[in-house]
Design a protein around this ligand. Structure first.
Ligand code: GLP
Length: 242
């Protein structure tokens, strides 16, 4: 595991964007697994800057987002499709038909999960998976207790996750109760992983994930078993690990 400790989220986001841009330069046809949440907003902003400066192109990049809320259409400001469009896709030269986000409005959600797995498979799997981490150790929307062998599936969100994400919604009741998420198995099959964690709210998750045993109760702990993980964490988030 390659751990990069930075002073704060600002520095971490810059480092993350540089790291991602480098991956794209090394492999312009890269298949990127995308993450959302507050953590990635600044990273994507720096990537847009890098694009504007001409130092990276997304022309041949394919993306698969990790997750999407059930019941939110792509045009909803809190959907992850909208998040990606707004923070990255609309501002760079990516071909939107090569950007994939699970369809949280699908009539048959199980079928949508199978379709998403199939699409990832057709693309040859994920080259580089970007990850944030939930305060309870979730990755994507794989909540504690999720089987490590799960592929894309529908999850019921933990109440603590709904509360944590309520800050992006007008009212807590508006946070969907369910989501579609890529499973841990698919995440672990990606060739390379970048995990970002900033702020003291993430300290307990990182301690449980990287100081303790590998357990389904702490989804992020599975990364101990992946052969190519880079972590960019700020001092606060990493403070309880070392
Ligand atoms: N589904 C997302 C995750 O993919 C994200 O990594 C995590 C952390 O979010 P944030 O970056 O806002 O702390 O929770 C959200 O619920």
């Amino acid at each position: 595991m390659n751990v990069i400790i930075v002073k704060n989220a600002e520095e971490g986001s810059k480092r993350a964007a540089e790291w991602i841009a480098e991956q794209i330069r090394m492999n312009p046809q890269i298949v990127l697994g995308m993450a959302t949440g507050g953590t990635f907003i600044e990273t994507y902003r720096h990537l847009v800057e890098a694009y504007n400066e001409g130092s990276v192109s997304f022309r041949h990049v394919t993306t698969f987002n990790l997750d999407e809320y059930v019941g939110l259409p792509p045009s909803h400001p809190n959907s992850y499709r909208y998040y990606m469009d707004q923070h990255l896709f609309w501002h760079v030269d990516i071909d939107l038909t090569n950007t994939f986000v699970p369809n949280g409005m699908a009539v048959d959600l199980e079928e949508e999960c199978r379709r998403y797995d199939w699409l990832i498979e057709q693309a040859g799997g994920i080259d580089v998976q970007l990850l944030g981490v939930g305060r309870n150790g979730h990755i994507g929307f794989n909540e504690p207790g999720t089987s490590f062998s799960a592929r894309t599936h529908v999850v019921r969100l933990a109440e603590s996750t709904r509360k944590a994400n309520a800050r992006f919604f007008k009212r807590e009741e508006e946070v969907p109760t369910h989501a579609i998420t890529v499973g841990i198995r698919t995440i672990m099959e990606s060739k390379r992983i970048l995990l970002l964690a900033f702020g003291k709210e993430k300290a307990a998750a990182l301690r449980a994930g990287f100081c303790g045993e590998v357990t389904e109760n702490v989804p992020v702990s599975i990364l101990q078993k992946h052969h190519d993980v880079t972590i960019i964490a700020d001092e606060e988030a990493w403070s309880e690990v070392e």
